[in-house]
Design a protein around this ligand. Structure first.
Ligand code: FES
Length: 330
């Protein structure tokens, strides 16, 4: 189905109905697998053709593996593989009595693989439900059903004013809202030569300026929390241990470009990121740090894909207050 046709359907029917991805995830959680009936149901509720839904259901790794009530996965990312080349994957499968992708007949246990869980420093890493175990003794704990959450590494900084490790306080946002304008903030970011950290180092000020000048009534701040290079989990650190800093950055970007709300794309390999962000959003709203600005924070959890993650899950949104600046919302 063409994008135009989908947009026409959405415009006619509104966007209140569930997405195909949400429906498929619900079926996976309920039944442990995606059946053709589940695909047909997802097509019916989303308004998409069955062929399109089939493509969605076979694209994401999360949707293609069967799930038991307990799901154990071994990390086969570069660092984990290099630490124990391939053997930990086979050995854990033998201990559990399952091959990769299998589920016990009674549906109590399933076994699969995953990619970087953010514990490369103590690889190999394993996931048992939402518990990520890694380091000494992890294999035995997971194999015996006693997985324990691995400790996060301590961070240190050599700078007097640490950025990643400096707690987000929303002071920059308060300062911008009380004494600046979107245009002035844009200039400040450009003058500071702030650059993206996604690899290309693209100037953030230019990107924000393009977004501010883009056509369209509604603008949205999308934070890409996906990562996966071995040993690189800055996004995980920010989302789980300094989420206020991330939210403040989103709010500042929203102020500069005139966006009313935002989304964070979270890898499903990071089971603790979405709860941490949700709690931070609630704290920020309770403290008036987001609710009294124009920024309506929203979080999105992704289905794992080794190719191209995409947003799913929930979003929430809050109307602008009268302290809002630079946004076209009512
Ligand atoms: S590659 Fe396994 S935790 Fe990073």
């Amino acid at each position: 189905m063409s994008r135009n046709l989908i947009e026409m359907l959405r415009a006619r029917e509104g966007d209140g109905h569930p997405t195909a991805l949400a429906s498929l995830k619900e079926a996976l959680e309920r039944d442990g697998e995606i059946t053709d009936d589940a695909r047909r149901h997802a097509a019916a509720v989303s308004g998409l053709p069955e062929a399109t839904v089939y493509g969605i259901s076979t694209f994401y790794d999360d949707l293609t593996e069967t799930r038991g009530r307990r799901h154990v996965a071994v990390c086969t990312g570069t660092a984990c593989w290099a630490s124990h080349p391939g053997d930990h994957e086979r050995e854990l499968g033998e201990r559990l009595g399952l091959a990769e992708g299998e589920r016990t007949e009674d549906g109590s246990l399933s076994y699969g693989t995953t990619v970087c869980l953010g514990f490369c420093h103590s690889s190999p890493a394993y996931r048992d439900g939402d518990v990520v175990d890694a380091g000494s003794g992890a294999f035995e704990r997971v194999a015996s059903g006693q997985a324990a959450q691995a400790d996060e590494p301590e961070g240190t900084t050599l700078t007097e004013e640490p950025v990643l490790l400096g707690r987000g306080t929303f002071s920059g946002l308060r300062s911008a809202l009380s004494g600046s304008t979107p245009e002035a903030l844009l200039e400040e970011v450009k003058d500071a030569n702030l650059r993206g950290r996604g690899g290309a180092g693209f100037p953030a000020g230019s990107k924000w300026e393009f977004a501010r000048g883009a056509d369209g009534e509604e603008k949205l701040i999308v934070v890409n929390g996906d990562e996966g290079d071995p040993g690189s989990y800055i996004d995980k650190h920010l989302m789980e241990r300094n989420p206020e800093l991330l939210l403040e950055g989103m709010a500042l970007a929203g102020f500069a470009v005139g966006a009313e709300h935002g989304l964070v794309l979270v890898r499903s390999e990071y089971p603790h990121s979405t709860p941490a962000l949700r709690e931070a959003v609630a704290r920020a709203e309770d403290a008036g740090n987001l609710a009294t600005t124009f920024m309506a924070a929203a979080l999105t959890s992704t289905s794992r894909s080794r190719r191209a993650p995409a947003p799913t899950s929930w979003a929430r949104r809050r109307r602008c207050s009268d302290r809002c600046r630079g946004c076209a919302a009512p």
